[in-house]
Design a protein around this ligand. Structure first.
Ligand code: PLP
Length: 401
């Protein structure tokens, strides 16, 4: 028997659940793209997009996904042969490094593995060692969605300042924007990359790059910025189509307007608080489960190093895959696969999964997903400690005060 027939819940770390309000907003025919309401609606998005990123500076938007956002940043920050220093704490940092390398950028990776936060002393040392300042930018993920490690961006900035290095700081906020506290200008970030399908609750299809005056001064000097990726023509647009280098993503603009309205109505600090509390509920459940079975555990030891939007965990192979399948087929909850922890052909792969708690997610969704996981652990005879749901409920009760 399956109990999955009802509204399904996609609890993966992106794409995230799309609010009905966003879906309804998108359900419209093609508008006039030369004049009229669409132009005004698009213009209204820019101040709100700056606000969610915590910046007063420039914004280029693209029809693209997160990988497109990376390329946009790479293309404008570097010339061929210039150097990037990539801080990697999981698969996404390594993938950004690969994207830069494939474009002809020289890449130095500081790889801290899959479950350890970046050591800022090593970052400072790497920058000090670069005496002739060949490194033009430091690239880091605020949240690496594969490991669920959250990097302390102010500490990274401080390490760069301590080294006295002029490199720009570029941060991937694809899995943290609209989930975790982020303040681009206050934290001294030069470039922020994001996409619309995670904390911004809109179907995949838009990438964003916010950039400082210092970063802007670099673009246009390099040999990597093609007509599509170059920032300049987009931010200096004199006609609407210049902003998109072609036809605007009309339906996405309607959807994003609704999503940004929802964030504004809730308030960005409340949005961050909601994510932190729901993450805490997930962590409390894991603490209880793992107390009865050391094979169960979260990937990141310290709460301060954990993302608010996703939790990577292990259950011991093959139980993570069994549990995911049970939750989906028996109860309508889809959990995320483990990413970058083991090759798909390695039996160990089946020991990892991720719980997404990003975007349009509230207490009943997270508590429901945890209760379903608990039911799955029981049904599949996977040993686990007691009290997980009560512990998660206590976190929610305290966080809702
Ligand atoms: C999802 C994600 C990406 C990749 O985004 P795509 O839209 O799949 O290209 C990159 N970085 C991080 C941190 C992500 O979470």
């Amino acid at each position: 028997m399956s109990l999955a027939h009802g509204r399904p819940y996609l609890a993966i770390p992106g794409p995230s659940v799309i609010p009905d309000r966003v879906l309804r907003a998108m359900h419209q025919g093609s508008p006039n793209i030369y004049e009229g309401p669409l132009i005004d609606l698009a213009a209204s998005l820019w101040p709100d997009l700056r606000q969610v990123a915590g910046t007063r500076h420039h914004l280029a938007a693209y029809i693209g996904n997160g990988h497109g956002g990376w390329e946009a940043a790479n293309a404008n920050l570097f010339s061929k042969g210039e150097k990037a220093l990539v801080i990697a704490v999981g698969q996404f940092g390594l993938s950004w490094a690969n994207s830069a390398r494939a474009m002809g950028i020289e890449v130095e990776v500081l790889d801290f593995g899959k479950s350890t936060p970046a050591d800022m002393d090593q970052v400072e040392a790497a920058l000090r060692a670069d005496r002739d300042h060949r490194i033009k930018a430091v690239l880091a993920c605020h949240v690496d969605t594969a490991s669920s490690i959250r990097t302390d961006i102010p500490a990274l900035r401080a390490a760069m300042d301590a080294a006295g290095h002029p490199a720009l700081l570029a941060v991937d906020c694809i899995a943290s924007l609209g989930c975790d506290e982020y303040r681009m200008d206050d934290w001294g970030v030069d470039v922020t990359v994001a996409a619309c399908q995670k904390g911004l609750m809109t179907p995949p299809g838009l990438a964003f790059v916010w950039f400082s005056d210092k970063a802007r001064a670099r673009c246009g000097r390099g040999d990597l910025a093609s007509p599509y990726w170059a920032w300049g023509p987009r931010v200096d647009a004199t006609e609407f189509w210049h902003i998109w280098d072609g036809t605007a993503p009309t339906a996405h603009l309607y959807g994003l307007r609704a999503a940004l309205d929802m964030i504004a109505e809730e308030g960005l600090t409340n949005v961050w608080h909601r994510h932190r509390v729901l993450a805490g509920a997930v962590w409390a459940a894991f603490d209880s489960w793992s107390a009865g079975n050391p094979a169960i555990g979260m990937n990141v030891a310290k709460p301060a190093d954990r993302a608010s939007s996703v939790t990577a965990a292990r259950f011991g192979a093959p139980h993570a895959t069994r549990l995911r399948q049970w939750c989906e087929t028996k109860a309508g909850v889809t959990l995320g696969i483990g990413l970058g922890m083991a090759a798909e052909t390695d039996p160990a792969y089946h020991g990892f999964l991720r719980v997404g708690h990003m975007g349009h997610v509230n207490a009943h969704m997270t508590l429901g997903a945890l209760a379903v996981m608990e039911a799955g652990l029981v049904a599949l005879d996977i040993p686990h400690g007691p009290g997980a749901l009560a512990a998660a409920a206590r976190v929610v009760a305290a966080g809702a005060l």
